[in-house]
Design a protein around this ligand. Structure first.
Ligand SMILES: [Fe+2]
Ligand SMILES: [Fe+2]
Length: 356
């Protein structure tokens, strides 16, 4: 038996004690297997820590009935990654808060080293992107978001065959891209309802705020530029300066893709992470002219390729295997169901609903 913070709990863990609220109402019973909903309930009642059994429930029953993401969340690889991730978020929070107070020199090499070692723990059978999606269910702070974006930047820069120095620089740009948000009240950043025009105008100051915080630091010039330009879009539809393609910093373009991918895949309380094929479809529909074409295509192709030979569920309820990726319709591969091949690029009424 061990005691864990509620933020460290994972679906599949077995509760080792009854849980009561402060006014003695029992909300969970000993022996129950935790699910996303039950963990959310503990958070709702502000239960800070609970005792769980050493064994995971899911380890004895992993089969096709358990979704891909549930399997991922009970894997050792993910659990180790999550512990390391939470630790990195805490240290990033401390460093950035100090930076926001002013007059501190940012320790760039320590920040980078701890992020690179986190990436080291992510090596395993699961796709780092899928691990990141799941992480977001537990922490939606700017810091967790920044760390996620940094990891996506790292992977994307590698896919783009950048030098090691540039891969590290892209990672740094991701880590610090939203630092200006520290200057904006948390109630606005985390507001669950739609923002008013004034609130939105305030949020839009974060690129410039971030630039100002970073430009005085002894840091590569691309880092403050990425903070300033990560909401610019190649077609001129972005902010704060509505710059077009050739005026936008190369590293800001990498951060822009990582940032929007992160935002789109953010899981909600009422549903798990979005199916990667759905995310890619949205990018294909509305994103291609907004991002650097070579970067966005490399990004999407590589994500899709990690799902070749994956089992998927189709919108008609059938299950099959992704056997061929259509380079012109990345979200619509060929799926083999039994002896039948469904080319989703041609069969428009069918789509991939989930990865199994
Ligand atoms: Fe931002
Ligand atoms: Fe961001």
């Amino acid at each position: 038996m061990r005691k864990l913070k509620t933020s460290e709990l994972l679906p599949g863990m077995i509760l080792a004690e009854d849980i009561y609220t402060y006014n003695d109402k029992r909300i969970l019973t000993k022996g129950i297997e935790l699910t996303d909903n039950l963990i959310t309930r503990l958070e709702f009642y502000s239960i800070l820590s609970v005792r769980v059994e050493d064994e995971m429930a899911s380890s004895k029953s992993i089969d096709d009935e358990i979704s891909y993401f549930e399997k991922l969340r009970s894997s050792r690889n993910y659990i180790e990654f999550k512990v390391h991730f939470d630790h990195s978020v805490d240290s990033l929070r401390l460093k950035l808060e100090k930076l926001a107070e002013g007059n501190v020199d940012l320790d760039v090499s320590t920040l980078l080293d701890s992020t690179l070692s986190l990436i080291g723990t992510a090596k395993g059978s699961y796709n780092i992107f899928d691990m990141l999606h799941n992480m977001r269910q537990y922490d939606d702070s700017t810091y967790a978001h920044s760390l996620n974006v940094a990891l996506v930047c790292h992977v994307l820069a590698k896919w783009l065959n950048m030098s090691e120095a540039d891969v590290n620089l892209a990672t740094m740009c991701g880590l610090l891209h939203d630092v200006g948000k520290i200057k904006i009240p948390d109630e606005i950043i985390k507001k669950p309802a739609q923002l008013t025009a004034d609130e939105f105008a305030l949020i839009k100051t974060h690129p410039l705020e971030g630039y100002r915080m970073l430009e005085t630091q002894d840091i590569n010039e691309h880092v403050p530029k990425a903070a300033l330009m990560h909401h610019e879009r190649c077609d001129g539809s972005g902010y704060p300066h509505a710059l077009t393609g050739d005026k936008i910093d190369k590293f800001a373009k990498i951060v822009a893709i990582a940032d929007v991918y992160e935002a789109m895949t953010a899981p909600r309380i009422y549903r798990g992470p979005m199916c990667p094929f759905h995310v890619i479809e949205i990018f294909e529909d509305e994103g291609l002219q907004k991002y650097e074409p070579a970067y966005i295509l490399t990004f999407l192709q590589n994500i899709v390729n990690t799902h070749l030979r994956t089992r998927v569920k189709l919108s008609n309820g059938e299950t099959g295997e992704v056997v061929y990726i259509n380079q012109n319709a990345l979200s619509r591969p060929v799926v083999k169901v039994g002896e039948t091949f469904h080319d989703l690029a041609k069969e428009h009424d069918l789509s991939i609903e989930a990865i199994l």
